[in-house]
Structure formats: structure tokens, C-alpha cells
Design a protein around this ligand. Structure first.
Ligand SMILES: [Zn+2]
Length: 258
């Protein structure tokens, strides 16, 4: 699945501002952080954060083809409650979808995840905002998040303390609701070479050229037991690693780098 994240405002338009922050800066922070986690599950593109998707549409110069995506998620911050002293209650978080959107499972899940940090859940609302409406017109589900109120001290205290975790929770909510599975990470397919620390998988047999070749590696050497590779070479056509602690060869395919 390919997901487009859009930071609201920017390119000279600061969005809403208060003593607690500038919307255009925080929206960039959020999309970059959401991408860090969501990229583990899906291909994630950021709309160029030095541009302004709204004004690009108005000028007929949108930098991406929205139809290439499976979901478009735009991030904003709300304003206009002017609670700069803090009255002890948050104004909260909400999401807009277009009037054409059929289901809002993802959006409800995202709001629930954000509300778990103590921000009031204002629910999913409908309005055909320019960018999400353009995405929906291209056949792509879309949503506009108003993360919280930038001029509410109570909201922004929670946000400032937890923004990385909030972004991560948003990413996980999106991934889980779409049923996305974590992609294999580079660590999971780490190359095995001299100096690698490895474990031996069940079913492994000894390699090398001695009489033990083909005999099963005993359980005591498998499981979580760590070994160090001191050499990798091909024996009888099989790529094998010599493990220092047991002075034995085992096929690289039966090892896992840890
Ligand atoms: Zn905005």
C-alpha cells in the first residue's frame, strides 16, 4: 500500500500560530515522525514539505499524482479557542473526511489513539476541504487531522511532551486498521560474515569436510545460544560459516545474525 502524508500550510503560510507553536512547523514535524513508523508497514511519501499542497492545487501545480496512492492523510492543527493560560481541560483532536467517504474506521482509530494521550476526542467530521476533496475525487480515501488546538495550553502541553509518541500511535493506528504487516527489516536479513554473532536454527546440520558433515547440530548449540563467525567459505557447493566457539562449520542458510 502506498500512503501520502501532507503537512498542512507551509511555503510562506504559517497556518495558525500561538505562543505554543507555529502550525506549519508542527505539521512538518508530525508527517516526518509518522513516516518513520508507517514506513515499516507501507510505502510512505511525504508531499514536499517545502511546498503547500492547498495553494499548489489552487495554482494547478500539485506536485504529485494523488491517484497513485491508496490513502492520503493531511495533518493540521486547530485554533481559535485562545486558552493561553490553560483551564485544565483540553479542547482536543478531530478529523475531517469528505462527504463522499463511505467508511471512517481508520479515522476513528487514529482519534482513539490520540485521545489515549489525554486529548479530548471530538470525533470524525465531514467537510470537503480542498486537498482531501481533490484526493477523493481521484478515487483515493483521504482525511484531514486537526491534531489538537495550537492556542490551548492544555492541548499543547500534552502535545509538546508526547509528540513523537503521538505520531507513532497515529502510524500504528493507520497500519493496523488497514491490516498492514511489518515489512522485513534490514536487521532481519543482516548479512552473515566474519565477526557476525549468530544463532543456529533448528534442523541445522554440520558442514565442513570432516566426518561430522551432515550430522545434526545438537539442541544445546541451537535455540538462543550465540556463536561468533570467524570465517565464511563455500564447502562442497554450500556457503558455510565456521563458528569459533564450537570450531565447526554450519550452512549460512541455517544461521541467523543477531
Ligand atoms: Zn490548518
Amino acid at each position: 500500500m502506498k500512503i501520502l502524508l501532507i503537512s498542512g500550510h507551509g511555503a510562506g503560510d504559517p497556518g495558525a500560530t500561538s505562543q505554543f507553536g507555529k502550525e506549519a512547523d508542527e505539521t512538518i514535524y508530525m508527517v516526518e515522525e509518522i513516516k518513520k513508523t508507517l514506513s515499516k508497514y507501507a510505502q510512505v511519501d511525504l508531499y514536499p514539505t517545502n511546498r503547500n499542497a492547498y495553494s499548489d492545487i489552487k495554482k494547478g501545480k500539485l506536485a504529485v499524482n494523488l491517484a497513485n496512492y491508496g490513502y492520503v492523510f493531511e495533518v493540521h492543527f486547530n485554533a481559535c479557542v485562545n486558552d493561553t493560560k490553560g483551564n485544565g481541560v483540553t479542547t482536543g483532536t478531530e478529523i475531517f473526511v469528505t462527504t463522499a467517504e463511505k467508511t471512517v474506521g481508520v479515522e476513528n482509530r487514529v482519534l482513539k489513539a490520540i485521545a489515549a494521550f489525554g486529548l479530548k476526542n471530538r470525533g470524525v467530521k465531514r467537510k470537503n476541504y480542498t486537498v482531501i476533496a481533490r484526493a477523493k475525487a481521484a478515487g483515493v480515501s483521504s482525511a484531514l487531522l486537526e491534531t489538537c488546538f495550537i492556542d490551548d495550553k492544555d492541548d499543547m502541553q500534552i502535545y509538546a511532551n508526547k509528540k513523537a509518541q503521538i505520531a507513532e500511535a497515529i502510524a500504528i493506528a493507520i497500519a493496523e486498521q488497514f491490516g498492514l504487516k511489518k515489512k522485513a527489516t534490514a536487521a532481519a536479513v543482516k548479512e552473515i560474515k566474519a565477526g557476525s554473532v549468530v544463532t543456529i536454527q533448528d534442523g541445522a546440520v554440520y558442514g565442513g569436510l570432516s566426518a561430522t558433515r551432515g550430522k545434526e547440530v545438537p539442541a544445546a548449540q541451537r535455540g538462543g545460544k550465540k556463536h561468533t563467525v570467524d570465517k565464511v567459505q563455500t564447502n562442497k557447493g554450500v556457503k558455510e560459516a565456521r563458528l569459533k566457539e564450537i570450531n565447526s562449520w554450519v550452512a549460512v542458510a541455517s544461521l541467523k545474525a543477531v
